[in-house]
Write a protein that binds this ligand. Structure first.
Ligand code: NAD
Length: 541
């Protein structure tokens, strides 16, 4: 422990660069993109700081150019996963007792590496691997990941400073110990920032981690591992394994030393993980902490007093940015009849102006969806909508996977508020709209609340404060992140901590202190300065 109460730099959000034509950042990222597109990489597993190649490999391709191969990644065997557990537990002996300021130094350094020398690389990797345009890559893989790292360091020190009262006779101290065992971090394809944050936040608090990125995100996960290594994360503290998700998860969850799950992904997978932990509960040395941020069926509800242009813009951005593949993306909208004509006109005009294609062409607002199974699923819902009587497709409706997995941004209008695409998470550029009678505001709010099992994000638009207040009340449990007169996407670390309840997760709010509390186990230490020497209390006379 250092001799001083150290203060960490006050966390500030990383400014988002513009990438406007002629800007140096635009030239640099395009140059890096081209170089990475041409080069072939071979991504190993990272176990105990060593690169492990199993020779059982899969290829990686850009979703917008799926015949082009970016490289290969190695898939773990059961033995590799067991090695990752053993190595993590060995590394824990030193890492768990490492003074916090050293851990802070490592992750603050990681933030600065991403802000500077790795920025173009992590953005280009995210554009290539996950088909994000430069703005979506920048707000995710650069800015959000930097913010997670910086703010979590500050939150850690705030937690450590939370101490109980003491008296002159006894000194009370709380030590915020890391959990006993290892954390299993499981991350989704859609945010490079989440991929980096789930292992890093647990490791920052003194834990050791086995991290399994999504097979569809391995390409940018490799850049994260390079950053961690250069920042000085010691060998064995964060191990990366990929391959068969079920085998990897079963092996890790069978270990008696599993102390926590840090998951982001779909609801079904999370429920399967929870169930397996339940089945194994007698085997664990400690109750594993289970943190999961999962699916959503996020809504926009617009009152008759709302501004149609603002509503249409929130729909265009909220539903279609990153092809609707944000857990927070608007996918069901409830628009009052009297403004619908205008909203529809503005929205359809906006969608007509969207350009779709590769992220390398910076004029493209829309890129490809992540993989073939997602493409096929979305296409099948669109085909079904074309057949169903109660619905009409007013924009998009076409798709093409010959070169990349391209789905046109599609708007379905339904007369049935419980139509399948109003209830099911599709995770793509498909938005369904239900137009309600102006005089059914309250009824519609109850409909919004009761239509989906999820409760992640939602937005209400109105110029009438009474209507807003009603929405705030009736939709209290319908969203963990609730927006007034704004789109339901784009949460910023340190400003809008993110997460939802119901089927959307444990709502431990990524990018906040609440999340970090899950990775520590407090030990209360009471030290009495002069110990009593007689058991008798005065009342005994
Ligand atoms: P996914 O559930 O398919 O995969 C997530 C992770 O789980 C991946 O690492 C995957 O390999 C792993 N996995 C898959 N099957 C598994 C199994 N049987 N056992 C153990 N692990 C398994 O999700 P995805 O397609 O990568 O991401 C999209 C989903 O994530 C959407 O449902 C979205 O709403 C959700 N998401 C939620 C948030 C949030 O903060 N709430 C953020 C991002 C994404």
């Amino acid at each position: 422990m250092g001799n001083g109460f150290f203060e960490v730099p006050i966390a500030v959000n990383e400014p988002v660069k513009s990438y406007a034509p002629g800007s140096p950042e635009r030239e640099e990222v395009l140059k890096t993109y081209k170089e990475m597109y041409k080069a072939k990489i071979d991504v190993p597993l990272f176990i105990n700081g060593k690169e492990v190649k199993t020779k059982d490999t899969d290829t990686m391709s850009p979703p917008h150019d799926h015949k082009h191969v970016l490289g290969t990644y190695h898939k773990a065997t059961k033995k590799n996963v067991e090695d990752a557990i053993a190595t993590a537990l060995e590394a824990r002996k030193q890492w768990a007792v490492m003074p916090w300021e050293q851990r802070a130094g490592i992750f603050l350094r990681a933030a600065e590496l991403i802000a500077g020398p790795y920025r173009a690389k992590i953005n280009a990797a995210t554009m290539l691997a996950q088909s994000k345009n430069i703005y979506q890559a920048e707000i995710d893989s650069a800015c959000e990941l930097i913010d997670f790292l910086r703010f979590n360091v500050q939150y850690m020190t705030e937690i450590y400073a939370e101490q109980p009262e003491s008296t002159s006779a006894a000194w009370n101290r709380i030590e915020y110990r890391p959990l006993e065992g290892f954390i299993y971090a499981i991350t989704p394809f859609n945010f490079t920032a989440i991929a980096g944050n789930l292992p890093a936040s647990a490791a920052l608090m003194g834990n050791v981690v086995v991290w399994k990125p999504s097979n569809a995100q391995v390409y940018s996960a490799k850049v994260i591992m390079d950053v961690f290594r250069e920042a000085g994360v010691p060998a064995g503290v964060i191990n990366m394994v990929m391959g068969d998700p079920e085998m990897i998860s079963d092996t890790l969850m069978a270990s008696p030393d599993l102390s926590g799950i840090h998951f982001t992904g779909s609801t079904g997978v999370f429920q399967g993980i929870w169930k397996k932990i339940g089945d194994n509960i007698k085997n664990y040395k400690t109750y594993p902490r289970i943190v999961g941020e999962t699916g959503g069926k996020d809504f926009i509800v617009a009152h008759k007093t709302s501004n149609p242009k603002q509503v249409a813009t929130a729909m265009a951005r909220g539903a279609f940015e990153y092809q609707g593949q944000k857990c927070s993306a608007a996918s069901r909208c409830y628009i009052s009849k009297s403004i619908w004509k205008d909203v529809k006109e503005y929205l359809v005009d906006d969608i007509r102006s969207f350009k779709m294609g590769t992220p390398e062409d910076m004029g493209n607002f829309i890129n490809a969806v992540i993989h073939e199974s997602s493409f096929d699923k979305l296409a099948s819902y669109i085909d079904q909508a074309k057949k169903d009587k109660n619905v009409e497709i007013i924009a998009g409706g076409n798709y093409d996977k010959s070169k990349g997995y391209f789905i046109e941004p599609t708007v379905i209008v339904t007369k049935d508020p419980k139509y399948t695409t109003m209830c099911t998470e599709l995770f793509g550029p498909v938005l369904t709209v239900y137009v309600y009678d102006d005089n059914k505001w309250e009824e519609t709010l109850h409909l919004v609340d009761e239509t989906s099992e999820y409760a992640l994000t939602g937005a209400v638009f109105s110029e009438d404060r009474y209507a807003l207040e009603e929405a705030v009340k009736i939709l209290e449990n319908a969203a963990g992140n609730f927006y007034i007169n704004d789109k339901p996407t784009g949460a910023v670390v340190g400003q809008q901590p993110f997460g939802g309840a119901r089927a959307s997760g444990t709502n431990d709010k990524a990018g906040s202190k609440q999340n970090l509390y899950r990775w520590i186990s407090p030990r209360m230490v009471k030290e009495t300065f002069v110990s009593p020497t007689d058991y008798r209390y005065p009342f005994l006379g």
